[in-house]
Design a protein around this ligand. Structure first.
Ligand code: C2E
Ligand code: CA
Ligand code: CA
Ligand code: CA
Length: 266
C-alpha cells in the first residue's frame, strides 16, 4: 500500500504475501549459504581456433542443503538486490585465485586463464582494486591469467570510475572482458576509452546465427569491431560444429559452449 495513512484500509493479497514470504526465505537461505559455504564453482572450457583449451569461465552454483544444485539464474538477482553479492563475489574471487595458484604448479593447466563474472555492486566497492590486488599478490599468481568479465550496463553506470578501476587493475596485470556484448544499451563510443582485452559475443547472437541473417551480421560485425579495436573476440554458447566453423571463418579468436564442454567441477 502506497499511502498507509490513518483511514487506509489495508487489503490482504495472499498471492503477494506468499511471494514476499518466499523472497524472505530465499534471502535468509542465501545468507546461511554464504556462512556455511554452500557455493561451488563450475568451470567451462574456452578454446582457440584449433580447439585447444586456453582458459575457463568460473560459474557459481549453490549446493542447497536439500540436495539440489541451484543455478545462478535463481539467486544472483536477489543477491544483487540484497547486497549479498558483495560477499558472494569475494568468495568467488578468492576461490578462483586459489585455483590459479594450484594450477600454476600443474604443467597441464598452468597456461589456463580463469574468467570471473563481476557484478556492479562488487565492482563499485571503494576497495575493489585493493581486494583484487591483495589476493593476487598474496597468492603470487600471474595476474594476467585472471580475467574479469564486466557488462555494458555496469560500465555505463559510471564510466569515469569504471575506467579508473580498470586502469588500476590493469597495472597489476589483470585483464578485462566485456560480457554479453551487444545485448545492453550499447554505445560504441565507450569502447574507445575502456581498457578492454576482450569482447564476448553474447550467446543469443550465436544461437540463431546460422538461421537468421541478422544475427549472423551482428556476430560478424562484433568480430570485425574487436579486430579493429585490437581486442580479442570470444563467442559464447557455441553448440554445434557449424557454428564454430562459421565463427572461425569470420575471424573469431576463441570459443566457449557445450560443443567444447559443459561447466563442471575441475
Ligand atoms: P553468463 O556470464 O552469460 O554465462 C554463460 C551462461 O551460459 C552460463 O549459465 C553457462 O552455463 C551457459 N552456457 C554455456 N555454454 C552454453 C551453450 O553452449 N548453450 C547454452 N544455451 N548455454 C550455455 P549459468 O552458469 O547458468 O550462469 C548464468 C549467469 O549467471 C551468467 O551468465 C552470469 O551472468 C551469472 N553468473 C554466474 N556465475 C556468476 C558469479 O560468480 N558472479 C556473478 N556476479 N554472476 C554470475
Ligand atoms: Ca560471463
Ligand atoms: Ca555472457
Ligand atoms: Ca549472460
Amino acid at each position: 500500500a502506497k499511502s498507509a495513512g490513518r483511514n487506509t484500509v489495508r487489503f490482504f493479497d495472499p498471492e503477494m504475501q506468499s511471494l514476499i514470504e518466499r523472497r524472505v526465505t530465499l534471502e535468509n537461505e542465501l545468507r546461511d549459504a554464504l556462512h556455511y559455504k554452500q557455493f561451488i564453482l563450475h568451470y567451462q572450457p574456452q578454446v582457440d581456433r584449433n580447439g585447444r583449451s586456453v582458459g575457463v569461465e568460473a560459474l557459481v552454483r549453490w549446493q542447497h542443503p536439500d540436495g539440489r544444485i541451484i543455478p545462478p539464474s535463481e539467486f544472483i538477482e536477489l543477491a544483487e538486490e540484497t547486497g549479498l553479492i558483495v560477499s558472494l563475489g569475494s568468495w568467488v574471487l578468492e576461490t578462483v585465485v586459489a585455483r590459479l595458484s594450484e594450477w600454476a604448479n600443474d604443467p597441464e593447466r598452468s597456461h589456463l586463464s580463469i574468467a570471473v563474472n563481476v557484478s556492479a555492486r562488487q565492482f563499485r566497492q571503494p576497495d575493489f582494486v585493493e581486494i583484487v590486488s591483495r589476493l593476487v599478490e598474496a597468492a603470487g599468481i600471474d595476474a594476467s591469467l585472471l580475467r574479469l568479465e564486466l557488462t555494458e550496463s555496469l560500465l555505463l553506470e559510471n564510466m569515469e570510475e569504471a575506467i579508473a578501476t580498470m586502469t588500476a587493475l590493469k597495472k597489476q596485470g589483470v585483464s578485462f572482458s566485456l560480457d554479453d556484448f551487444g545485448t545492453g544499451y550499447s554505445s560504441l563510443a565507450y569502447l574507445k576509452v575502456l581498457p578492454l582485452d576482450e569482447l564476448k559475443v553474447d550467446q543469443s547472437f550465436v544461437r540463431d546465427m546460422l538461421f537468421d541473417e541478422k544475427n549472423a551480421a551482428i556476430a560478424r560485425a562484433i568480430v570485425n569491431l574487436g579486430q579493429n579495436l585490437g581486442v580479442t573476440v570470444i563467442a559464447e554458447g557455441v553448440e554445434t560444429d557449424a557454428q564454430w566453423q562459421f565463427l572461425i571463418e569470420n575471424g573469431c579468436h576463441s570459443f566457449q559452449g557445450y560443443l567444447f564442454g559443459h561447466p563442471s567441477e575441475m
